[in-house]
Design a protein around this ligand. Structure first.
Ligand code: GFB
Length: 330
């Protein structure tokens, strides 16, 4: 039997919403407001005079479709930033692949589908530079996506993040939703996870160096060879970029957010040592993985739109170290 093709019902995107957005007095939901990015974003959004909506994980687990649906139905936000995610450093990603893929997929599918269902005016989904192939041509352009194999230590997280950005694209194509996605490079800053085993390299090294100073140890251990390079973006710069994109960027193609500040892991350890006044030596634990050798992203697209990161790496590390000294016991 031949079925007649019917085009799906169209999400009528209000043309006004495609112009630059003014967030003043609008209801803006920051999903993941307790995380590194969410905290900084809430602070940045205060300047926009909008009504910031948040919900704790205890109250609404965003992996739960029904609870998330009911919450969105009652709160009716105008705009959503999806910063909620299970995140972690290289070791945590390798140890908990099921948690990383399941949690991140559930959060993305629930929030993106429900944003469509509840006619959210615009959604910004936050991904990661680990979506790109392990051996991408550097600096990595947005169109490198799905051109090669992923880095095995974070492929579960990467697959979930790729699915998230593709969900945004699919709902934009089929339903004309204004759902955009941004891919930041490695982040750091006050409020990061400083736990050595579950966190990323920069807070991990701050913790180790502080610990060595406190216990008068003469060495710290750096995982891997110290040769991989990473580009680091200060979290307050990212928050500023997210608000910029929410207000100005209306394309369904994902966009990179980088700092153009790349450093080897060994040199990163040297910078942190200088900031903390640690004069000891580094031991390289080569049994630990290096991960991807380099992931320097091409940020020309966002730079051309008029946004650039402001905080240089040394200043950002000084601010982060200061925050750590003040808050480490909390
Ligand atoms: O930041 P990181 O954990 O994650 O590690 P990725 C970066 C590099 O630093 C790796 C080395 O080569 C690590 O082996 N490293 C050295 C250390 N010492 C340490 C240490 O004490 N702690 C940590 N954590 N690393 C993550 C992904 O990859 O990047 C995530 O796993 C996410 O999914 C994030 O995408 C942005 O940069 O390798």
């Amino acid at each position: 039997m031949c079925r007649e093709f019917k085009s799906p019902p169209r999400y009528q995107l209000d043309k006004k919403n495609m112009r630059n957005i003014n967030l003043k007095n609008k209801k803006v939901f920051v999903a993941g407001h307790t995380g590194l990015v969410g905290k900084s974003l809430c602070k940045r959004l205060e300047k926009e005079n909008c009504k910031i909506l948040t919900c704790t994980k205890k109250k609404i687990d965003l992996r739960n479709f029904t609870k998330t649906n009911n919450w969105l139905k009652s709160k009716k936000p105008d705009y959503i930033f999806i910063c909620a995610a299970r995140v972690g450093g290289i070791l945590e990603n390798s140890l908990y692949p099921a948690d990383f893929i399941y949690d991140n997929l559930s959060i993305a599918t629930n929030l993106i589908h429900l944003s469509y269902k509840h006619r959210i005016k615009k959604v910004l989904y936050l991904g990661s530079s680990c979506i790109y192939p392990k051996f991408s041509k550097q600096p990595i352009k947005e169109d490198s996506l799905l051109t090669g194999s992923l880095e095995p230590t974070n492929e579960w997280y990467a697959i979930a993040k790729i699915a998230g950005l593709k969900l945004c694209k699919a709902y934009s194509v089929q339903h004309k939703c204004n759902f955009i996605s941004a891919m930041p490079t490695n982040l750091y800053g006050p409020g990061d996870n400083f736990d050595v085993n579950s966190g990323h390299v920069l807070p991990g090294l701050i913790h180790k160096i502080f610990d060595a100073l406190k216990n008068k140890k003469k060495t710290i251990t750096i995982w891997g060879t110290g040769k991989p390079k990473r580009e680091f973006l200060f979290v307050d710069d990212l928050a500023d970029a997210l608000v910029f994109l929410m207000k100005k960027y209306n394309k369904s193609d994902h966009i990179n957010i980088g700092s153009n500040q790349e450093v080897t892991i060994k040199n990163l350890a040297k910078i942190i040592s200088k900031v903390a006044n640690f004069k000891g030596k580094f031991i390289f634990d080569k049994k630990k993985p290096d991960g991807t050798p380099r992931k320097f992203i091409n940020s020309k697209k966002i730079n051309k739109l008029g946004w650039k990161s402001k905080t240089n790496l040394l200043d950002g590390i000084k601010l982060t170290y200061k925050w750590y000294l003040k808050n480490k016991d909390k």
